[in-house]
Design a binder for this molecule. Structure first.
Ligand code: CUA
Length: 296
């Protein structure tokens, strides 16, 4: 398999080439007619007319139909290829759109906003939504497919080279639609296996101040941290939140200072986000931020 984006890009070039040829033909004929029948030559009389010329009318009806049929067949081939029907996926990931973040499920392992995939492996995404219509799009790795509440759509991703690929929700889904970024880390199979094994571990609980603040406040209504009593599912799973590169689906880089600022007032950084401002003392914010960034 090759990256679906390559197949899509190739089709776009072919269709663009056909369109360019037609453009040159039509504009060329127009320019020729303007020149050929310019006023200084009209003294020779009116040019011939083409009314009720059956052959011509059939020709210029059939030509576009043939062009469209060719494009249609080419497109069917590309759709079949990027759908990957003939290639067994090496990995299946469940991706769920939420207002305004992403949930990724690898079997029993749940994470958010940042997905890892092995390179050179066809990845089958099962796309769902818990609220409104979102659209999953990482342009360099695959096509764009809607996530619809109540139904499961499928999308193939394929990365040839290791690296970080940026994606974005591509269907307007509410006030923070623009801050629904997707970060895909493509890495070697060994690195991916290590990452997945680490994600599968419960959080190392220390019973420290930060953990206490988390468990004693409304954080637990929405968030899960495996290994503690927190098992909320409305918001992102935070078991290894410290290992992610960003906060709020891309709105802030993830470090201690930004984590603290985010916790102090999410609405200041992502207005409309469903995470409310939780009134906490400064010392509580310090220990909670330190605890969360420590969850690697
Ligand atoms: Cu989700 Cu736009």
């Amino acid at each position: 398999m090759r990256p679906p984006a390559e197949a899509i890009g190739e089709l776009a070039l072919v269709v663009g080439g056909i369109a360019l040829l037609i453009f040159i033909g039509v504009e060329g004929a127009l320019i020729y007619a303007v020149w050929r029948y310019r006023p200084s030559r009209l003294s020779a009389g009116e040019p011939a007319r083409f009314e009720q010329n059956t052959r011509l009318e059939i020709a210029w009806t059939a030509a576009p139909a043939v062009v469209l049929a060719v494009v249609f067949v080419l497109m069917l081939g590309t759709m079949a290829e990027i759908g990957g029907a003939s290639v067994e996926p090496g990995l299946r990931v469940r991706a769920v759109g939420h207002q305004w973040w992403w949930e990724f499920g690898y079997g029993g392992v749940t994470t958010a906003n940042e997905m890892h995939i092995p390179v050179d492996t066809p990845v089958e995404l099962e796309l769902a939504s818990t609220d409104v219509i979102h659209s999953f799009w990482v342009p360099e790795l695959g096509g764009k497919t809607d996530m619809l509440p109540g139904t499961v759509n499928h999308l193939r991703l394929f990365a040839r080279r290791a690296g970080v690929y940026q994606g974005q929700c591509a269907e307007f889904c509410g006030v923070e639609h623009a801050w629904m970024r997707i970060r895909v880390v493509a890495e070697s199979q060994a690195d991916f296996d290590r990452w997945l094994a680490a994600q599968g571990q419960p959080a190392a609980t220390r019973g420290g101040d930060g953990e206490h603040v988390f468990l004693a406040n409304i954080c637990v209504n929405c968030h899960a941290i495996r290994g503690t009593g927190a098992a909320g599912i409305a918001g992102p799973d935070l078991t290894h939140v410290g290992a992610r590169a960003t906060l709020g689906a891309g709105v802030l880089p993830n470090d201690l200072a930004r984590m603290r600022a985010w916790l102090a007032d999410p609405q200041q950084h992502k207005p409309g986000a469903l995470m409310p401002r939780v009134p906490l003392a400064d010392t509580e914010l310090d220990s909670l931020a330190a605890y969360l960034v420590s969850l690697k």
